[in-house]
Design a protein around this ligand. Structure first.
Ligand code: ZN
Length: 180
């Protein structure tokens, strides 16, 4: 079981020197901005991160994030289970200037003091790797859509048909009144 407790913060002065690893499951409730992108709060997030110093004594975070969550299908607006996986390769820097000096293959993670908020980092990376739109696989979604639109169309026709007849009867009665 991956049940190690993920700390809220890591101290960047220590974790790189200690070559720390952080692995485990992060509950979705610790990722409120990520939840805003989802259909519900069910799911799991697994992280596996390594904290290392490179030859230039830069703090690098590498590893992998995986999530199984539900999003809204943009075609039928029903929940859809998706899996996200993202390889992380971040350099921890103290400000924008330091970020600009990074080699191009490294993405910066700005951490001004020594407290690195892990949930915030995970949340940001997961949001970045979310697909812009998600759809059910063709057949599944089309079946749902046909079912929903077919049903509502049938109801509308039934309503308009039943609404039409008393109205036309009334009109014909009025017309006959006027001519009398
Ligand atoms: Zn769908």
């Amino acid at each position: 079981m991956l049940e190690s407790v993920i700390p809220a913060y890591v101290d960047t002065r220590k974790i790189f020197l200690q070559q720390g690893d952080i692995r485990g499951q992060l509950s979705l409730e610790r990722l409120p901005r990520f939840i805003n992108c989802l259909a519900d709060e069910k799911g799991s997030v697994t992280i596996d991160l390594k904290f290392r110093l490179n030859d230039a004594r830069q703090g690098l975070i590498s590893g992998r994030l995986q999530a199984e969550v539900n999003v809204i299908c943009q075609r039928c607006l029903e929940p859809l289970a998706i899996q996200l996986a993202d390889d992380i390769r971040l350099a921890v820097v103290k400000d924008e200037d330091a970020a600009k000096q990074l080699e191009s293959e490294l993405d910066p993670w700005i951490c001004q003091d020594h407290k690195l908020n892990l949930a915030e980092l995970v949340e940001e990376q997961l949001i970045l790797c979310m697909p812009l739109v998600s759809y059910h696989d063709g057949g599944e979604c089309i079946n749902r859509k046909n079912y929903v639109s077919g049903e509502s169309k049938g109801n509308e026709e039934a309503k308009s048909a039943s609404a039409e007849s008393p109205f036309s009867v009334l009109m014909s009665l009025k017309e006959s009144d006027a001519t009398d």
